[in-house]
Unconditional design. Structure first.
Length: 115
């Protein structure tokens, strides 16, 4: 399975709010790093706690758009935009997400976002 296929499966699961499918795209030694924005705090999750980074009930997804992929053999960089509501606030981000996939599924996931 290609790195892009694994990342696309994770995105598909995220959009479906299917936490079990999201978790299945990560290995036990996965790391998720979210660098945060002015409105959203930074966070880091390791191992099976990576799923905690996907608190799918904490927000309402209005739109989640992947605009561009940059790929190498085991690395996928994705540029995109998102719009969601959290606690009544309207939040929009333009983001870059960097995935390093080893032996499938994801061994490391890093999120870099900006508003």
């Amino acid at each position: 399975m290609s790195a892009r296929t694994v990342v696309d499966e994770m995105f598909s699961a995220f959009e479906a709010k299917d936490l079990e499918r999201i978790v299945n795209t990560f290995t036990e030694d996965a790391t998720l790093i979210y660098h945060g924005t002015q409105k959203m705090p930074a966070a880091k999750f390791k191992g099976t706690d990576v799923a905690t980074g996907f608190n799918l009930n904490a927000f309402e997804i209005i739109s989640f758009q992947r605009d561009e992929y940059i790929e190498t053999e085991n690395k996928v960089v994705v540029l995109g935009k998102e719009h969601f509501k959290k606690d009544g606030a309207d939040l929009k981000n333009t983001w870059v997400q960097i995935y390093t996939v080893k032996d499938h599924p994801n061994g490391r996931i890093c999120h870099f976002r900006s508003t």
